[in-house]
Each structure stands twice: as C-alpha cells, then as structure tokens.
Design a protein around this ligand. Structure first.
Ligand code: ADP
Ligand code: MG
Length: 460
C-alpha cells in the first residue's frame, strides 16, 4: 500500500465525518510537509520500499500525528537509523511537541539518546521500575547499579578503556577502569604501521546497473568511487558513514563476494585475479565477513556444532573427531560453553548467536575479519561484551579488522584509523582520536555533532 493511502486509513478510521478524497489528500500533504518531507506528492505516491529509512520514519510520525493526539508513544523510533538521520528525527519530534503541546513517551535502550529530549527518565528492568527522576539527576547521579551499568557500557568518548564494563561481570562495581594512555596507543600504532600491509585497495569502483532497457542505454549507479586504503596486520580500520554511503558494498567488494567493477585488491602484496579460482578461494578464506543480523545468519535446523563443522570441513582435511574438537575449542574461544555444540540457534540469545557467527568466521583461521554493523542489533550491555571479545581475539589471534558501523562512538572506540565515507567516496581517512577531535570534512563534522547525549557524556 502506498504511503499516502496508509495515512489516509488512519485519518478515515479516526474521523467522525467522512472526508472527500480531495479533502483528505490535502490534509495528508500538509502533514507530510509538517514532518519535513519536502516532496510530499512523491512520498504520497510511493511504496515504503521506495523511500529511505529516515523518510519512512517521518511518514510513521506523520501517521501517528495526523489526528492531533495528546500523547505520542515513540518506541525505539530511531534505532535503525544512522546518527545524522537520528538527530533529524529527534529534533523533529521536539519541534512538533512544542508546536502541538503533546506529551511524549519515548522508549529506548539508549540512555544518551533519551537525554536529548526527556524531562524525566524511568529505568525499567525485568518489568519493574528501578529508578526514576529528572533526566539530569538520573544520568549524572544514578542511584541504582543497573542504571550505572547502562551508562557505563557505552564506549566513552573522551578516553579509551582497555575493557568496557558489562552488566553481568559485576560490572562497574567491581570492574577496574583501565584507561589506555595516549603514549601507549601511539607506540602500539607505530608497531602496526611499520609492517607491510596485509590488504590494499587501489582505485576500487563499484557500479550497479540501475535500469536495463532495450531501447535506452543501461543506467549505472556508482556505489564506490576510487577507494584507496591499506590495512596493516593487527590494525582495526573503522568505516564510518551515513546509510547508503557504500559501507556494506565496500565490505562485500573486498572479499569478492561481489567483485569490484574496476580497481585492484592486494592480499599479502599479491594482486587478486578474479579469474583465478585459487586466488578467490584463498582470499575468501582469509577475509571473513560478519554481518549485522545474527538471527538470519545461522541455519535454524542445524545444530551449532554442525554449522561449525561444515565450515571447517570446507577448508580442512580432517576426520570428524578432529573437527568436533576444533568446533568445541572455537565455542570456548568466543566465550560460550562447549556443550552449546548440540544446541540449535533458536535456543540462543542474540549475543550468543553473534558469538557463534564469530566462531564460524574464525573456523577457517582467517587473517582479516570484516564486521558489518555486527553489534548494531545488540542491546548496549551485550554490545560491550562483544566489543571486549573482539579486542581480545584480535590480540590473541593476531587478526586485522575492518569495522563498519554508523555509530561513531563504537567505531572510535575500537579503531586505530577511520575512513569516513559519503556517497561512495572516502571523505576523510585519519587516526581515530584525531578524526574525532579535529574533523575536517563536512560529513565527519555532521557525524560528530550528531552523537546523542554528547553534553552529558563529556562529563564522564
Ligand atoms: P551502506 O552500507 O553504507 O548503508 P550500501 O553499501 O548498502 O550502503 O549501499 C550503497 C548504495 O548502493 C545505496 O544507494 C544502495 O541502494 C546501492 N546498492 C547496494 N547494493 C546494490 C545492488 N545490489 N544493486 C543496486 N544498488 C545497490
Ligand atoms: Mg550497510
């Protein structure tokens, strides 16, 4: 159903008097303008899949507000959006709230986001209110330990912790806060950048066919334009950018899951030839991808053990017993009990599934892991646990990471250098702390300025 029609349904159901087609269309177009959709006619006639995530969220808000409610309940309205769009939506809700003097119940797992617009905060755990009060008080002077943990699990902005506190390890109470000193980081990075790059991208372009037709020439969309970078052994390279900037495309291009249209990829100083089967097999073994959604990544009808063994078997010539023992070791390595071997993925939580996905990626002993929004779908405290696990594995197994995310605080925490992308291009490529302290490109500035709750997070 088209967006306009969907809003019209809400309008029809809740109006006492039936409106003419024209009358309701006029009201809806006005409403779309009010949520700052500048081309209301096009949106009115679009299907949801034809508009961006941010636009969809605006349509939803338009729909919720079409009958001038007294209360708006917004349940994680920006969780799937990048920080820039998120800020736009938050600002929009604030503005509409003033305009219509409605009350807003804003539900979120992200305390820093809540701090942007709430007057008062209620913290829920297991269905019970464990803390409530004015936003300032709850955030700057939390009483309950769980609230403290929630606040601390988010990577801090102004310093770097060796390990993030998490909720069930006793966390902020027994947790020892170790800050990585700047000098130590510099020394470590000197070591990393004195080595020979393990992966090199040279002039990568990726084009997608947009329209194919017999009469006209095919139209192309350039998702990647002239991408150049080097990844060093032991380095974590962050890829940051708004949605649609080409981050995922870059990830898939690098291991030739979807080969580049032009440009060269070097692995261990050797250029990859897409026509050579062995080149590709070797590259794909060494560069493993971990995606966002651990729910769809694991086969629902296979045990965790079988999933792991299948992958090991694809690359190694072992007997079954050896494979079973490798699989169990992998589970322990990612912090799961080895008897998860016999479980099915539906018996696991989101965080546990993501650990299995990581174990599977490690099963073939890769040199590089590409994480594409791999912690985005996880709750904040579980996110911290996975980030800790990744840092630990990187050192232990001497891995290099490419860490793709739209969340600048997470990317900044884990990365040595960061690439900022926009519209398929690299806009900035800089050491992570420098990038945050001194953003140069306008897109980086926008990303930094859109970090939610920055005021209260600076105090930490
Ligand atoms: P990001 O991961 O940064 O959100 P993507 O790499 O997924 O962005 O997409 C970048 C751009 O390329 C988007 O405009 C998207 O619509 C387009 N795109 C991605 N994959 C395809 C495809 N298979 N065919 C056509 N266009 C695509
Ligand atoms: Mg993506």
């Amino acid at each position: 159903m088209k967006c306009g029609q969907q809003i019209k349904e809400v309008l029809d159901i809740h109006s006492n008097k039936k409106k003419s087609q024209n009358e309701s269309k006029k009201i809806i177009l006005k409403q779309l303008l009010r949520v700052k959709l500048n081309d209301p006619n096009r949106i009115f006639n679009s299907y949801p899949h034809e508009i961006s995530g941010g636009q969809k969220q605006r349509v939803m808000i338009a729909m919720a507000l079409i009958c001038n409610p007294k209360i708006l309940i917004a349940d994680e309205p920006t969780t799937a959006l990048d920080v820039i769009v998120q800020k736009e939506i938050i600002d929009l809700i604030k503005e509409l709230q003033v305009l219509t003097s409605m009350s807003v119940l804003f539900i979120s797992h992200d305390l820093s986001l809540v701090s942007e617009l709430a007057n008062k905060i209620i913290v829920l755990r297991d269905g019970k209110i464990i803390e409530k009060g004015d936003t300032d008080k709850v955030l700057n002077n939390p009483k309950n330990n769980y609230t403290k943990d929630l606040i601390n699990s988010k990577p801090p902005i102004n310093y770097r912790l060796e390990k993030l506190p998490t909720i069930d390890n006793g966390s902020s109470r027994t947790y020892k806060k170790i800050i990585i000193p700047h000098e130590k980081r510099i020394t470590n990075q000197r070591k990393i950048y004195s080595k020979i790059p393990i992966l090199k991208a040279e002039g990568i372009y990726k084009k997608f066919i947009e329209k194919k037709s017999f009469l006209n020439k095919s139209k192309y969309f350039e998702a990647l334009k002239n991408i150049n970078f080097k990844l060093y052994p032991g380095e974590t390279l962050g890829i940051l950018g708004p949605s649609g900037s080409g981050k995922s495309t870059l990830g898939k291009t690098l291991n030739f899951l979807d080969p580049p249209t032009s440009g060269r990829v070097f692995f261990n100083n050797k250029v990859i030839n897409a026509n050579k089967k062995n080149d590709l097999k070797n590259l794909r073994k060494n560069i493993q991808l971990v995606f966002q959604d651990p729910y769809s990544a694991l086969h629902p009808k296979k045990t965790i053990g079988n999933i792991l063994i299948e992958t090991i078997d694809h690359y190694e010539n072992n007997n079954l017993e050896e494979n079973i023992s490798i699989a169990k070791k992998l589970l322990v390595q990612v912090g799961l009990p080895h008897d998860f071997f016999n479980r099915y993925s539906f018996q696991l939580s989101g965080g546990q599934r993501q650990r299995v996905v990581i174990a599977r990626a490690l099963a073939v002993k890769p040199k590089i892991l590409i994480f594409d929004e791999s912690v985005a779908a996880l709750d904040i405290s579980i996110q911290a646990k996975i980030l800790n696990l990744l840092a630990e594995l990187r050192t232990k197994l001497e891995l290099s990471y490419i860490f793709i995310s739209h969340d600048i605080s997470v990317v900044k925490y884990i990365s040595d250098k960061i690439i900022v992308m926009d519209k398929g291009q690299i806009k900035e490529y800089e050491e992570s702390d420098n990038l945050y302290k001194n953003p140069k490109s306008s897109i980086t500035k926008q990303l930094v300025n859109s970090i939610p709750g920055i005021e209260y997070r600076k105090l930490r």
